[in-house]
Design a protein around this ligand. Structure first.
Ligand code: AP5
Length: 223
């Protein structure tokens, strides 16, 4: 049974940045509920109509819809050898649902890694975030701009246009942070009780954060 890692943290903490890197290095899927929802929105699916108001306002998509999406995704064959979850779980109900989903495959999630970053830095990061419309690589105009200084993705010659997420405006950012602080506590308590919560300083360079994440994952593998 492969590694099953959950990356936790406030909006803008670097979950996507770290989860992508970790999944790529381990050759396992990176599953981001935010990315799945954004794909529905850009394809204009039936499901998109249900989630659009929540995403636009920075509210959480209802548990029932989110859990169904994740359950379907984790049931696909590429998840048999493990996965890195990013942005899920976001409530106690989602946490318990994830535990139920994984119960049939062994002891459940191996590690929950929480990236901690002060709110002021989160606001600054999200305001300057840009994402490649083609490959999804995450940039930051202040902290991690594309090489050459333009608005095109420099990863492996991709060249895709860098775009700003619609929910990265000041009001929605504040709302997302408010909701995070209101709802995240029970998730941490749950994983702490299970003895698998790892708190990581997220306000250092992405490389330093990744080295710590790697150490934790290596520790889980040898345990
Ligand atoms: P989602 O897409 O999950 O957004 P989020 O949780 O708000 O997190 P972000 O994607 O904003 O940030 P991140 O932590 O991934 O940071 P990133 O690596 O990009 O969710 C969006 C919406 O979908 C929600 O509001 C909700 O409506 C809905 N949703 C999603 N999942 C849900 C669920 N489970 N239940 C219900 N609703 C759900 O980094 C941010 C920026 O910082 C980037 O520019 C990056 O380059 C930069 N950066 C990263 N690391 C560093 C570093 N170490 N130093 C300096 N800059 C850094």
């Amino acid at each position: 049974m492969g590694l099953r890692i959950v990356i936790l943290g406030a909006p803008g903490a670097g979950k996507g940045t770290q989860a992508r890197k970790l999944a790529e290095k381990r050759g396992i899927p990176h599953i981001s509920t935010g990315d799945i929802f954004r794909a529905h929105l850009s394809e204009g699916t039936e499901f998109a109509r249900q989630i659009d108001p929540y995403m636009k306002s920075g509210a959480l998509v209802p548990d029932e819809l989110t859990i169904a999406i994740v359950e379907e995704r984790l049931g696909r064959p590429d998840c048999r050898d493990g996965y890195v979850l990013d942005g899920f779980p976001r409530s106690l109900e989602q946490t318990q649902a994830l535990e139920r989903m994984t119960a049939s495959q062994g002891p459940g999630i191996d590690a929950a890694i929480d990236l901690r970053v002060p709110d002021d830095e989160l606001v600054a990061r999200m305001g300057a975030r840009r994402t490649c419309a083609e490959c999804g690589t995450i940039y930051n105009l202040k902290f991690n701009p594309p090489k050459g200084g333009g608005m095109r993705c420099d990863r492996n010659g991709c060249g895709g246009q860098l775009v700003q997420r619609p929910d990265d405006n000041e009001d929605t950012i504040r709302q997302r942070l408010f909701i995070y602080h209101k709802t995240a506590g029970p998730i941490y308590e749950y994983y702490e009780e299970r003895g698998i919560l790892h708190i990581v300083r997220g306000d250092v360079s992405p490389e330093v954060v990744f080295a710590t994440v790697e150490d934790i994952v290596c520790g889980v593998e040898v345990a």
